[in-house]
Design a protein around this ligand. Structure first.
Ligand SMILES: [Zn+2]
Length: 353
């Protein structure tokens, strides 16, 4: 299946100031779908275009950081998200998180499950009307990839809050093999080995956090409400309280969700963003007004900015280049399906020691 990649972003870019995503006017745009079967050729073409736009310092940084061949260098620019295949099953991983030995993570796609109809095939939601047995089987398949029993998973209860729960051994299996005994939990943090955190998506933004110093993790759901209320900063604050987390030692990832080109919002949403982010330059980067009086809002950039302001270094933040709404047969999208859909899930867990 062809997966559309949205604008390219650089993840190793120490020397660039804020707003370092590549110009949206560059030749790499929404419509440049990268066929994975001819990745190498297309990536090198794209790289040529990118080199025109990016100053040489950045390339030097990339060289330093990767110390690889030309092909490897292209990879470090392009591969913010890796597509993994295991039979029918496909799932996405962030290379930056895969490098950390004490965590396991992935983001699901629609492929490789047993659910049918609007839930086809890898639906991870028990609450949207799918067959329980099908969802159980979907979890078993993901559990197999992660090497994780269902009884070690802990599910969120998302209602667009900024509430964060500290997950302990007591919570193991909640929402999946045991009843959920909490509600309104949009973020979870833990430092307990063996626990796998699970949150749900179909356009909203997944935020992954790994504290590499204290061995702790956080996983948060940030839709427009979570974003305007700075869910990312709240999660980091809770990790600091619980584990002494220093944002400078955090590796973060902003996961597959709706891109700016797909995300039209009305004036009332923008009013809240204006109040939350009074900086005019930032406002110009976050949304564009259209002739119809609506706006196109960039949740990826907003969440990246929130993490930067909270103290996470720029080169520690991976930003998705895959949009849920641009890829509605590959990923569940609330917008694209008009609400007739299952849920994708983000998984982030601590390895057993
Ligand atoms: Zn899109």
């Amino acid at each position: 299946m062809k997966v559309k990649r949205t604008q390219n972003r650089i993840i190793k870019n120490n020397d660039m100031s804020k707003g370092s995503t590549i110009s949206k006017n560059s030749s790499i745009n929404e419509n440049s779908s990268i066929n994975r079967n001819s990745t190498i050729n297309k990536e090198s073409d794209i790289n040529k275009d990118m080199n025109k736009d990016i100053n040489k310092d950045i390339n030097k940084d990339i060289d330093k950081d990767t110390n690889r061949t030309m092909e490897g260098k292209n990879k470090s620019i392009q591969e913010v998200l890796r597509i993994n295949r295991d039979g029918e099953l496909e799932y996405l991983t962030f290379p930056a998180l895969s490098e950390i030995p004490f965590v396991k993570h992935l983001f699901t796609t629609r492929l490789g499950g047993v659910s049918e109809g609007i839930f086809a095939t890898m639906n991870l939601s028990y609450t949207r009307g799918d067959e329980r047995e099908a969802v159980d089987e979907n979890y078993r398949r993901i559990g197999q990839v992660l090497g994780c029993e269902l009884s070690h998973m802990v599910l969120s209860h998302q209602t667009h809050t900024t509430n964060i729960r500290r997950i302990t051994r007591e919570d193991c299996g909640k929402g999946i093999t045991r009843e959920l005994d909490y509600e309104n939990i949009d973020g979870m943090i833990t430092n307990v080995p063996g626990i796998m955190l699970v949150t749900f998506y179909a356009d909203c933004v997944p935020l992954y956090f790994v504290d590499t110093e204290h061995r702790a993790i956080g996983l948060s759901h940030s839709g427009w409400k979570g974003t305007v209320n700075r869910m990312g900063a709240h999660t980091l604050q809770e990790m600091k309280k619980a584990y002494g987390t220093d944002p400078e030692k955090v590796v973060a990832a902003i996961g597959p969700s709706i891109c700016q080109s797909c995300y039209e919002v009305s004036e009332d949403v923008i009013q809240e963003f204006r109040a939350a982010f009074p900086d005019k330059d930032l406002q110009n980067r976050l949304y564009e007004r259209k002739e119809n009086g609506k706006y196109q809002l960039d949740l990826w950039e907003a969440n990246r900015e929130i993490l930067l302001r909270a103290g996470v270094p720029d080169n520690h933040i991976s930003v998705t280049d895959i949009c849920t709404c641009c890829n509605p047969t590959y990923l569940f999208s609330h917008r694209a399906s008009h609400g007739k859909r299952g849920n994708l899930a983000a998984f982030l867990g601590m390895c057993e020691t």
